[in-house]
Design a protein around this ligand. Structure first.
Ligand SMILES: Cc1ncc(COP(=O)(O)O)c(C=O)c1O
Length: 378
């Protein structure tokens, strides 16, 4: 019986072995490990890929959010509207800059923030909106950007899960004022360690971000504010430069796998496949299905018995996390998603045999009496 994890980078490493070896050796031989030529070139190449003016690399996706927020001037006393259904780093970053997250429920079809609900959360303290393109599915950015324009707010896109996705022909991460990407290894463009990047067209935001990532200094040893040690290292930058050349092909592989899973699920009553909203190019960082009637955990367990890994992103929406225990919000769609979603194995090198095994496994498990009814309000 094969063992299929949710994510496995090993075939990718095999595939790139020669290229990775020569670029890593190049860095080792150069003796430049921090802020060297690979970091500069990666920033230029990502700015070109995104069609944005500036790209500033940092230590992680979390730092990209924190530094992005600070570069926009978001701080104590400000409120930032975001989705409750995201990794904690999104709201943690808001708290780290001293601002307050204001959580919005999700659209049950896409799991992204319900743009209709944003306006009712805007107050005189609101400074920014953080849409998160969850699972690689772009948010409805025209509505978010229109609201932001009308209320004079910043838009910082959390693009940790959506490198290469686009909305109405434009790369996500370039639709708002700032895009914050993660290079965590499992991400669509993943390093072999931590990393992240900020993308913006705004020169003053770019300059602030550059200053903040190097201890608040524009010029070495002339520190102007409290910043961070948040630099991407040369080894990671050189690895990312190798991988960047393949990102579009790899995202297409993810889409092809997603299409096969969806074709299969359309013949089943047991689970609801993810949908793609119009005008989006989704990059399936995760392939996440919905299982109703309290069957999710049973399905997960049964898949595990067949050697098929799956993950729950995320069991607890942010407003229900222990850290936010004082909050009284009731955000029913996110709470429901927390008990119904399940992400299946997906990565660019997941071959057809393994895809078939996942499909067959799911078919067996769903055939074993796990037959949820369609959502009432769908
Ligand atoms: C939506 C989202 N935001 C932010 C982050 C933080 O990125 P990093 O782990 O690189 O700090 C992640 C990473 O898991 C994420 O999924």
């Amino acid at each position: 019986m094969p063992k299929i994890p949710v994510f496995d980078p090993s075939q990718e490493v095999d595939h790139l072995w020669q290229e990775l070896n020569s670029s890593i050796q190049g860095v080792l031989k150069s003796g430049r490990f921090i802020m060297g030529p690979n970091v500069a070139l990666l920033e230029t190449e990502i700015a070109a890929y995104m069609d944005s003016k500036y790209a500033i690399s940092v230590n992680s996706g979390t730092d990209a959010l924190v530094i992005g927020l600070r570069a926009l001037g978001v701080g104590p006393g400000d409120e930032v509207i975001t989705t409750t259904f995201t990794f904690f780093a999104t709201s943690e970053a808001i708290c780290q800059v001293g601002a307050t997250p204001v959580f919005v429920d999700i659209d049950p079809d896409t799991y992204n923030l319900d743009v209709i609900q944003i306006e009712s959360k805007i107050t005189s303290k609101t400074k920014a909106i953080i849409p998160v393109h969850l699972y690689g599915q772009p948010c409805r950015m025209d509505v978010v950007c229109d609201l932001a324009r009308r209320h004079n707010l910043f838009v910082l896109e959390d693009v940790a899960q959506a490198f290469g996705a686009s909305y109405k022909g434009k790369k996500v991460g370039t639709l708002g004022h700032v895009g914050a990407f993660s290079f965590f290894p499992s991400k669509n463009l993943g390093a072999y360690g931590d990393g992240g990047i900020i993308v913006t067209d705004d020169e003053s935001v770019a300059n602030s971000a550059r200053m903040l990532r190097t201890h608040g200094a524009k010029k070495k040893y002339f520190n102007e504010c409290i910043g961070y040690n948040s630099r991407l290292d040369e080894l990671q930058a050189s690895i990312l430069r190798v991988k960047l050349k393949h990102i579009d092909a790899w995202n297409e592989n993810r889409r092809a796998i997603a299409k096969r899973y969806t074709c299969f699920l359309e013949t089943q009553v047991g689970a609801i496949a993810p949908i793609e909203i119009s005008d989006t190019h989704c990059v399936y960082h995760q392939y996440t299905i919905r299982l109703l009637n309290s069957q999710r955990d049973k399905v997960k367990l049964q898949l595990e018995k067949l050697g098929i890994g799956s993950m729950v992103y995320y069991p607890v929406p942010n407003h229900k996390l222990p850290y936010f225990k004082g909050l009284k919000n009731i955000l029913p769609e996110a709470e429901r998603a927390g008990v119904e979603v399940l992400s299946l194995p997906i990565w660019p090198f997941l071959d057809r045999t393994k895809q078939n095994y996942v499909i067959e496994g799911l078919s067996r498990v769903l055939g074993r009496g796990v037959k949820p009814q369609p959502l009432a309000n769908h």
